[in-house]
Design a protein around this ligand. Structure first.
Ligand SMILES: *Cc1c(COP(=O)(O)O)cnc(C)c1O
Length: 461
């Protein structure tokens, strides 16, 4: 039986503005739709199991084999083995280093992809899956609104992927010069649109475009982080790291610096597939709605979100919290309203969360470098600080894996100030200055954006 996907909002009756979506869809339908029609998130109705033998057999194997094992478990009814193999080989053509901090604690560096961020893992896989499940012969046009790093990870991921064109909208005054360069120079089937407005204006343009019946012929699609096609690839590196480091059946600790909770959700699924994760550690920055919830049992989103140096985690109501609640028997909607509380005892038993301040983040970057000569950037440092807090509280000395989600060279000023060194940029960032390409400037007015779309987007090829 193929796995089917249902909406987290299916039980939310009598809530204004929501008509619960009570059907279920295939993976391919969930992938192309992104979100359920009731604005809930798609969830698989069954979680496939991996055997310990299959996991351990990944030791010393290339990363793509782990990706093949995990994705086949979910997708074998909808994609042939050949297709899946070619997708994962093409997506994962860069190293995935594990760096020992001390003998029983490791940093999993997810920063070697084209944009030096862990978001490359999910975006590259999703792009290739989408290309394969296009309605026959038709193009897909992706519209993304971004205020920073997500846009370039998505853009790079879709570059050269056949049958898909991407337009990335970003606010003229709200991206850094480096981000602008990254976005403007992707080229080929990926076009940057520099909007004379704010991030909200970019989001509104995209929203209006999706709602406009005259643009329906262009197969508009999004590539946002709540797509289940982005969660699936984020289960893989936990399985991969475990296979490289742990003995068969050994229980491990995993620490995942968390913002929208998509990354940590990948770990929660991997655990439910059979990976022996004793504790999932989910440290946040000063946006502490989740650690406060675990402690008090009351959920209150942080609004507006707090600006911290681990800026990709400045999230006051994590979108994937709806999936965590669902997995633990609860329901929360997009606005942060709880309809049914999850099993808190079970959550506390399996998950540890703590809020890490900016000051603690900086101190961690310094101390990890001084003690172990390992360079962390702010997101990874939140992860490490969370792990240390957990270990100090419990004395738990199990094998530990902590994720580093971005490359330290993306935070040159912070690192220079704290450590007095300039981290060597990865290959993908070195040639940035030499790349060319330019954005198209557009206004925040929908009529002119629509005209642009109608004259530039393609329907077939
Ligand atoms: C997006 C991001 C995170 C947070 O991941 P979530 O899945 O949103 O929890 C952490 N670090 C970096 C560098 C990111 O870009």
């Amino acid at each position: 039986m193929p796995i089917r996907y249902y909406s987290t909002n299916r039980h939310v009756n009598a809530v204004e503005g929501i008509t619960p979506f009570t059907e279920d869809v295939s993976f391919q339908e969930a992938l192309l739709a992104g979100q359920a029609p009731d604005e809930g998130l798609f969830m698989p109705d069954r979680i496939p199991q991996l055997s310990m033998g299959d996991i351990i057999a990944l030791r010393d194997k290339p990363y793509w084999q782990a990706a093949l094992l995990v994705s086949s478990a979910f997708l074998s009814e909808e994609f042939t083995p050949d297709v899946l193999e070619s997708i994962v080989k093409d997506a994962y053509n860069y190293p995935v280093p594990l760096e020992a901090v001390y003998p029983r604690a490791f940093i999993l560096r997810l920063d070697q992809g084209p944009t030096a961020s862990f978001k490359d893992f999910a975006a590259r896989m999703m792009a290739r899956l989408m290309s394969h499940c296009r309605p026959h012969g038709e193009r897909i046009n992706i519209l993304v609104a971004t205020s920073g790093d997500t846009g370039s990870a998505v853009g790079e991921a879709y570059k050269g992927v056949s049958g898909i064109d991407v337009n990335i909208l970003y606010p003229a005054g709200e991206v850094s010069p480096m981000q602008k360069k990254q976005l403007d120079t992707i080229s080929g089937n990926v076009q940057a649109l520099c909007v004379d407005g704010k991030f909200d204006d970019c989001q509104n343009l995209v929203k209006e475009a999706f709602a406009d019946p005259e643009l329906a012929c262009f197969n508009l699609s999004s590539a946002n982080s709540i797509n289940f096609g982005r969660i699936l690839p984020q289960m893989v590196y936990y399985v991969y790291a475990y296979a490289q480091l742990a003995g068969a059946g050994e229980e491990v600790l995993v620490s995942v610096p968390s913002g929208n909770f998509g990354d940590a959700l990948g770990c929660e699924y991997a655990r439910r597939m059979g990976l022996p994760v004793a504790k999932l550690i989910m440290p946040t920055n000063e946006n502490d709605e989740f650690p406060v919830f675990l402690e008090t049992g009351k959920y209150q989103k942080v609004s507006p979100s707090r600006a911290c140096i681990s800026n990709a985690m400045n999230v006051g109501h994590p979108s994937n919290l709806a999936r965590f609640f669902e997995l633990y028997g609860g329901t929360v909607d997009r606005s942060g309203r709880v309809h049914r509380y999850p099993d808190l005892d079970q959550m506390r038993h399996r998950i540890f969360s703590v809020s890490v301040t900016d000051e603690q983040t900086r101190r961690t970057i310094k101390s990890v470098y001084e003690r172990y000569h390992v360079i962390l950037e702010p997101h990874g440092a939140v992860g490490w600080a969370g792990l240390e807090t957990y270990q100090q509280k419990t004395g738990d000395s199990r094998l530990a894996i902590c994720l580093e989600t971005a490359h330290p060279a993306k935070f040159p000023d912070e690192i220079k100030e704290l450590l007095g060194i300039e981290p060597e940029p990865p290959e993908s960032m070195k040639d940035l200055a030499r790349r060319d390409g330019s954005a198209i400037n557009i206004s925040k007015d929908f009529a002119s954006f629509k005209k642009y779309l109608q004259s530039h987007l393609k329907i077939r090829k």
